[in-house]
Write a protein that binds this ligand. Structure first.
Ligand code: SAM
Length: 113
């Protein structure tokens, strides 16, 4: 896995940012194609749990993806307006996840009509 990641990142320009993931993503000046939220929204509650996808939506590029991986707690009541749940499209990839305890949800930004 490490070797595959290392190979995939060749030539990539990596920036490390410490902060609130949603605030940092929402403020990004580069359009985000892929937002990995691996077992992070499980820790949200209240308005943050409901609205985090709406907060990051303007920063996502056309057809940008937000990938949620949840374990003990599945986020509830998320406002997914402006997104399509495309999890089923990635069923084969998700099936390769071998830990076996995670629930994956994949949301794609719906382009404006
Ligand atoms: C269970 S860990 C997940 C770690 C890793 N992403 C994974 O999938 O194994 C959840 C982490 O999310 C962090 N977290 C929760 N809310 C966050 C936020 N708004 N911004 C950045 N990190 C956050 C917590 O501090 C914790 O380290």
């Amino acid at each position: 896995m490490y070797a595959a990641i290392q190979k995939g990142l060749q030539g990539a320009d990596i920036h490390y940012v410490q902060g609130d993931l949603i605030e940092v993503a929402a403020a990004s000046r580069d359009a985000i194609d892929f937002l990995s939220l691996s077992d992070v929204p499980s820790y949200f509650e209240g308005a943050q749990e409901r609205d985090f996808l709406q907060r990051v939506r303007p920063a996502l590029g056309p057809d940008g993806l937000a990938v949620l991986r949840s374990y003990l707690r599945i986020p509830a009541g998320m406002n997914t307006d402006g997104f399509d749940n495309v999890t089923e499209r990635f069923r084969d990839v998700v099936a390769q996840e071998k830990v076996g305890v995670y629930r994956v949800g994949i949301y794609q930004k719906r382009s404006e009509a």
